[in-house]
Ligand binder design. Sequence first.
Ligand code: BGC
Length: 347
Amino acid sequence: MQALAVVPGQADLVELREVPEPPAADGALLVEALAVGICGTDREIVAGEYGEAPPGADHLVIGHESLGRVVEAPQDTGFAPGDLVVGIVRRPDPEPCANCAVGEWDMCRNGRYTERGIKGLHGFASERFRLEPGFAVRLDPGLRRTGVLMEPTTVVAKAWEHLERIGRRAAWSPRRVLVTGAGPIGLLAAMLGVQRGLDVQVLDRVENGPKPQLVADLGARYCTDLADVDTDADIVVECTGAPSLVVEVMERNAHNAVVCLTGVSALGRSVEVDVGAFNRGMVLQNDVVFGSVNANRRHYEQAAAALARADASWLERLVTRRVPLAEFRDALEHRDDDVKVVLDVEA
Ligand code: BGC
């Protein structure tokens, strides 16, 4: 079968390769791939800046935002042929650490976790893949077109869960949310804010294309200039990883604000910061800044519920390009008008 693979650590060595059928050791469920979402992490892996092949392999099949249909499922697995499923990305470290031991692999303490399509395990950009039933999540059949948005939704579901847990350290009645970046993570983070009845602003530098209308249709406010953003956000979800913006949003928010960083920045970009003023502001205002990555099974369940509540046509509009697997180079190219680009893998 065909799979989209890279040689980790080497730039642009990405190709469709003929690979063996997925081994039974990968899991009892055999799944035919329908679609795979492309994100910044995939582009970094293709650029040779991230990613790790499975032990003993010289290549890594990429793709961690999956959507597939079960082809074979043993009876005791709770799955049946035809089920629409998404694969969980991370697997616990082998030790396991205290967090992985209780299913909180997204909080792995020793970094020895693996991730499908990213770190030490082949991904989902192949015609077929296998899943362990414990790492497969069934989706409502109505999500055939948009279920590929599940994985990025899990990432923001975790961010929101942690934001709220931190917020509850004292009396907590948040009103205003700032989301920076109107890519898929930002838009899905904004959607979860709106679903919570909060007043959401989304900041992005892009003035044209689908983003402003997508934000407006959510019932949120779109801004292209930080000067137009209210300075009293109770919650900030930073989704750009752009160093100067990261610093700005950490400084401009309400007392007791909680700032969640979700964007992975490129290395080697310095900005000058008055650390004294920064520290003073954080202490005197009880601010919290924290990072958030990945998701565990509970977050997949939260994401499935959020997608089920969302407006299906709005979700469909997040997928701005669907590209056949054979044209993967086109999908990997970032265009200004892109929100989510999806590879159509279905044979
Ligand atoms: C994925 C996460 C993963 C992270 C770091 C992100 O693109 O969505 O599941 O943990 O990359 O590898």
